[in-house]
Design a protein around this ligand. Structure first.
Ligand code: CTP
Ligand code: CA
Length: 230
């Protein structure tokens, strides 16, 4: 934590943070989800509040206590996350998409619980793509000069290194900052630590050594804050 020298450099700023992982329902009791714990998003919300910001935390399926002094909006699906983030972004100086939205949803949600067939067969699940919230927020800024931040967990593959993929994703999404985690060595999921590179659209990059998610949160707000136009 920043401790005694913590300043209120975000006082008067309004920020939106999304956290957790969305669920896409197949029927009333089953869903497709992911392993996001929400820890990094909650750390971002707490860090911003401690620096004086007015914080809206859009939380998808997170089992963590509400951070003090933060407005929490609960959502389940990517469509609900999109609506909540777009609506909160309208008055925001910064939007940080730390949530892991499900990329796909079933084309149809069964109203009744899906039952097993006696012949041992299994249903095929048809999926369609969800809207890209970060790209939408970046390309249609509700407030000119708002700072938009995305996250990317990458392993690197035949087409490029973790940083190559991060640079390409930053350009594709149109955000100002992209926080890139290298997850090839193992999971960051549920861990209280994180290690990242913050890539900026202006070409800058900041390496953040392994440390707490709170420490990374403060670096992210430092980078956001220096990009505020006024
Ligand atoms: N994101 C989003 N809406 C989506 C998917 C992702 O806003 N439907 C945001 C995430 O919150 C994150 C950033 O985009 O901040 C990058 O997410 P990622 O899953 O890495 O990007 P994708 O475009 O889904 O690419 P990939 O195929 O690598 O999953
Ligand atoms: Ca994705």
């Amino acid at each position: 934590d920043r401790g005694a020298d913590a300043s209120l450099d975000l006082a008067g700023r309004s920020v939106v943070v999304s956290a957790g992982g969305t669920r896409e329902y197949l029927d009333p009791v089953r869903f497709i989800g992911n392993r996001s714990s929400g820890l990094q998003g909650y750390a971002l919300a707490r860090a911003a509040a401690s620096r004086g910001a007015r914080v809206t935390l859009v939380s998808a399926n997170v089992s963590l206590p509400d951070p003090a002094g933060v407005g929490v909006v609960r959502v389940e699906t990517t469509a609900q996350l999109r609506d909540a983030v777009v609506s909160a972004a309208a008055g925001a100086d910064a939007v940080v998409m730390a949530a892991a939205p499900a990329d796909f949803r079933p084309t149809a949600v069964s109203e009744a619980k899906i039952k097993k067939a006696d012949d041992g067969s299994a249903p095929a699940i048809e999926l369609e793509q969800n809207p890209d919230i970060l790209a939408e927020i970046s390309h249609h800024r509700a407030r000119p000069g708002a700072v938009v931040v995305g996250f990317a967990a990458e392993t690197g593959d035949a087409t490029g290194s973790v940083l190559d993929l991060g640079r390409a994703k930053l350009a594709r999404k149109g955000c100002d900052l992209l926080v890139v985690n290298d997850v090839s060595g193992g999971a960051v999921f549920g861990s209280s630590d994180n290690e990242a590179v913050v890539l900026a659209a202006d070409g800058a990059s900041v390496e953040v050594p392994r440390g707490s998610k709170t420490a990374l949160a403060h670096v992210i707000w430092d980078e956001v804050s220096r990009r505020f136009a006024d």
